[in-house]
Write a protein that binds this ligand. Structure first.
Ligand code: SF4
Ligand code: SF4
Length: 463
């Protein structure tokens, strides 16, 4: 009898270990709760943030918008231009370094809880379970012959998946084309070719990746799973099976001197990537912690302490103490230092950022000109780039030589987000004791915002 039960359980395990479609068993517990909390958090931000608006200079606009046509990125009150590419690069470096640090500390925590692939797979499989039933019902449905019930269940599931994928694509494109303009245009398909392309592409991408490919993306397509190992050290905490405590595994602990693992296989059944964590650390493991939840429940039932599967480092599992300081964890220290450096660099770049950029070009055609009253004139072209979202009037002043001044107009207006080229003539007395090329500076100040002021160095040619 015992052998028969064991064979049945082993066959069930094989079903889950089999490479093919994985129907993970649902489980409850702290990591499952955390996973769903992350789904709600990330998706509330993703689906909701494109609807937020922001008022700037009397105009109300979408708060977060990648306006590719006008080469602007709106982030609430901040407007970034192509000139701010360094800032965007720093943000990307910060994100990558933050990911490396988290991975060095706790393995693939991002994969298990925040990666879009995991998040959407969680949503899509939840829908699947509501429509087709639990994991066993879904396995049976897979093997069932074609029929009206199977067709109905499958079409309902795919229909719901399609709706989620479509809304995800609309939201995604809504970060590039204002969503309040995009949505009314959709029923009449009055969208541009790029918007149309991305709507179809992103909907299909979500549908295939989260509905059909699922864990295969983590196992075979994601490059991160392949190189994450280089960030680990022997103190990195990963989801791990405590072999010393669990083995020898047995179905009936009371039968003799066995480990805590009762070989129920539930940890394998709940695993979304279909692996057996008892085989050791595997690149397919996304550190979602669902096997911990499942095993803790089993431990509660058997009366053994929780944590047979838990977040643990190699050192902990070997019975060694975790190192106390960062000095013994050079990788963690390096990632933390890089994170701090780039955060400081980003803050400094943001602080130094001006809403006015100026280019000064000296007229090379005519080096200098002497006027009838004996003054020397040089000609310049100033390119005033107004990065503010409102029109600005700029006052130009010149200094650096005795008696130097601007001839004629020295106030210029520039439209929001525009480059205004202006021609300037600068004059200095000809009886100056100086001669040759002399340094001068232009100060350009926005009248409406005096804090927006730029000093540009140039030169003045004297005989
Ligand atoms: S859930 Fe726990 S007890 Fe059951 S097979 Fe997995 S490790 Fe063993
Ligand atoms: S082994 Fe555990 S932590 Fe890893 S993917 Fe499977 S369920 Fe998640």
């Amino acid at each position: 009898m015992g052998k028969t039960v064991s064979k049945v359980r082993e066959a069930k395990l094989e079903l889950y270990r089999r490479k093919g479609k994985i129907h993970a068993r649902e489980t409850a517990g702290r990591f499952n709760t955390l996973r769903w909390a992350m789904v709600w958090l990330t998706q509330s931000i993703f689906y909701g943030a494109c609807w937020l608006t922001w008022e700037s200079d009397g105009l109300r606009r979408q708060a977060i918008l990648f306006d590719i046509a006008h080469e602007k990125l709106y982030l609430f009150g901040l407007v970034l231009w192509p000139q701010d590419a360094l800032l965007l690069a720093i943000v990307l470096i910060l994100a990558a370094t933050g990911l490396f640090l988290v991975t060095a500390l706790a393995g693939r925590l991002f994969c298990g809880f925040a990666c879009p692939q995991t998040v959407y797979t969680t949503i899509f499989t939840w829908v699947e379970a509501r429509v087709e039933g639990d994991h066993l019902a879904r396995l049976r449905l897979d093997q069932a012959p074609k029929g009206a019930r199977k067709l109905l269940l499958r079409s309902t599931k795919h229909g719901l998946w399609f709706l989620i994928a479509a809304w995800t694509a609309i939201t995604f494109v809504g970060y590039f084309t204002p969503i309040r303009e995009l949505l009314p245009a959709l029923p009449r398909w009055e969208v541009g070719p790029w918007e149309g392309f991305w709507l179809i592409f992103y909907a299909a991408f979500t549908y295939v990746q989260a509905g059909l490919a699922r864990e295969a993306v983590c196992q075979h397509m994601c490059p991160y799973s392949r190189f994450q190992g280089v960030m680990f050290d022997d103190t990195t905490r990963n989801v791990a099976y405590d072999r010393q405590r669990g083995e020898p595994r047995n179905l009936r602990r009371q039968a003799g001197n066995t480990g805590d693992c009762i070989d129920c296989g539930i940890c394998v059944q709940v695993c979304p990537t279909g692996i057996d964590i008892r085989d050791g650390l595997q690149y397919q493991c996304i550190n979602c912690g669902l096997c911990i939840d499942a095993c803790d429940e089993v431990m509660d039932k058997t009366g053994a302490p929780r944590g047979l599967i838990r977040f643990a480092s190699e050192r902990e599992l070997a019975g060694q103490a975790q190192p106390a300081g960062l000095r013994q964890r050079p990788r963690v220290a390096a990632y933390a230092a890089l994170l701090a450096i780039f955060a400081a660099l980003g803050a400094w770049t943001l602080n130094q950022r001006s809403l006015l950029l100026v280019d000064v070009l000296r007229d090379r055609g005519a080096l200098l000109r002497e006027t009838a009253d004996g003054r020397i004139e040089n000609a310049y072209t100033l390119k005033l780039m107004n990065l503010a979202e409102a029109p600005r009037d700029f006052t130009v002043e010149v200094s650096g030589l005795p008696g130097v001044e601007i001839v004629g107009e020295h106030e210029f207006s520039a439209a929001p987000g525009s480059i205004r080229p202006v021609s300037l003539t600068v004059s200095a007395p000809g009886d100056n004791s100086l001669s040759g090329i002399q340094p001068i500076s232009f100060r350009i100040t926005a009248r409406q915002a005096p804090a927006t002021s730029v000093v540009e160095k140039s030169s003045f040619a004297l005989p």
